[in-house]
Design a protein around this ligand. Structure first.
Ligand code: NAD
Length: 269
């Protein structure tokens, strides 16, 4: 059994670092041509470094700058990718940010920024991807499905998170966005799923692992007793995007070392 994404084109948002870069590398190694999306001029070099790792390993792709919270930029990204590569087969909706604050001190800007990137960004990219999937139709030389979308959600789609109301709200909403799209486009053979990471070692949560004390306290939440790595998510993304996962749609799959078993209950609660 071999995961193959040969002859397919994948857009990975926020692929210049962390989980997105891990996913971009995994799906490129399975044969997909990868659009390494990044948000701004500041992330150009990081995106180029990810693409170089992909091409050095024999894969294909391009970097593409686009702020996923901006409708005009997202529409242009999909138009440009389709005109350069013919179509899009896979969307990995990964870009996300945290702007943490105690709820009564949370500014409208912190709220809107997180909802704008984490939720509206996933809506905009999914809408453009599905329009392209439907335009192309099923092409069995590419995949038995018409298209695949993978939302990167979080364990916080089910675990409430004090001090992070904007982030937890965005991830809870992704669950309903994902399931609604899976239901609405199932008959068109478009598969839509979410990966819900636990604690993965990336820049977004550096405070939680960069000192031995912080890491120790984090590990108290993880029965499997290690922090996750971007490739833990990339491996599942490659499988979920492939035809091996053809009967999986509308699912949230947790990749969290057991975090959602609620470790604090392990001694009887
Ligand atoms: P990260 O900070 O390394 O990556 C986030 C990426 O999103 C960056 O490449 C950033 O440039 C990009 N981005 C931010 N705003 C953007 C915009 N407007 N347009 C396009 N790209 C934008 O963090 P990460 O941990 O790799 O996070 C990736 C995803 O995984 C996020 O959705 C995050 O919520 C989710 N997640 C992470 C963890 C974890 O423990 N690291 C856990 C659960 C979920």
């Amino acid at each position: 059994m071999k995961i193959s994404l040969h002859n397919q084109v994948a857009v990975v948002t926020g692929a210049s670092s962390g989980i997105g870069s891990g996913i971009a590398k995994s799906i490129a190694s399975a044969g997909a041509t990868v659009i390494v999306n990044h948000s701004s001029e500041r992330s150009v070099d990081e995106a180029k470094a990810v693409l170089k790792e992909i091409t050095d390993a024999g894969g294909n792709g391009i970097t593409y700058q686009c702020d996923v919270s901006k409708e005009d930029q997202v529409m242009k990204m999909f138009q440009d990718v389709v005109s350069q590569f013919g179509t899009v087969d896979i969307l990995i909706n990964n870009a996300g940010v945290q702007k943490d604050a105690k709820f009564t001190e949370m500014t409208i800007d912190q709220w809107n920024t997180v909802i704008g990137i984490n939720l509206t960004g996933q809506f905009l990219c999914a809408r453009e991807a599905i329009k392209e999937f439907l335009r192309r139709g099923i092409d069995p030389s590419r995949s038995v499905a018409c298209g695949k979308i993978i939302h990167i959600s979080s364990v916080h789609e089910i675990i409430p998170w004090a001090g992070h109301a904007n982030y937890a709200s965005s991830k809870g909403a992704i669950k309903m966005l994902m399931q609604t799209l899976a239901q609405e486009y199932g008959a068109d053979k478009i598969r839509v799923n979410s990966i819900c990471p636990g604690a993965i070692q990336t820049p977004i949560n550096k405070d939680a692992w960069s000192t031995p004390e912080a890491l120790n306290s984090l590990l108290n939440l993880i029965p499997y007793n290690r922090i996750g790595q971007p490739e833990d998510i990339g491996n599942l993304a490659a499988f979920l995007a492939s035809d091996l996962a053809d009967y999986i749609t509308g699912a949230s799959i947790f990749v969290d070392g057991g975090m959602t078993t609620f470790e604090s209950f392990s001694t009887g609660g």
